[in-house]
Ligand binder design. Structure first.
Ligand code: SF4
Ligand code: SF4
Length: 108
């Protein structure tokens, strides 16, 4: 999982609105980043849907990862997603691309 985390930090954290100019996460200890928190599950979803369209992978991510997340209610509503305040949702397509590039050996 380390190689994926490293690639996420380099490619997602570096452009994340919740990071400093140097790419350091600015969330405090009471806040959690769904990308870090659910990275194994995210990687699993991407691996299990290798040949699927991005829209399908996004839907599966919501049905699996978001279902585990405390921010989402029983009706599937997430106030963080609604406010564009979840980095997993905000950068989902870039996250998929990053994981796939690691798998392809393009990113190490
Ligand atoms: S919120 Fe998540 S994606 Fe954004 S900088 Fe922090 S750890 Fe990285
Ligand atoms: S979109 Fe909401 S429910 Fe899904 S991971 Fe992000 S915070 Fe959790």
């Amino acid at each position: 999982m380390d190689k994926y985390l490293k690639a996420i930090k380099q490619n997602i954290c570096s452009i994340c609105v919740d990071s400093s100019e140097k790419g350091r996460c600015t969330l405090n200890e009471k806040e959690a980043c769904a990308v870090e928190l659910f990275l194994p599950q995210i990687v699993n979803v991407i691996h299990n849907n290798e040949n699927e369209e991005l829209a399908k992978i996004y839907k599966t991510m919501k049905e699996t990862v978001c279902r585990e997340c405390l921010a989402q209610d029983n009706d599937g509503y997430c106030y963080l997603r609604e406010d564009a305040n979840c980095s997993l949702d905000r950068y989902f397509y870039l996250i998929v691309e990053t994981i796939q590039k690691v798998d392809a050996g393009i990113l190490t």
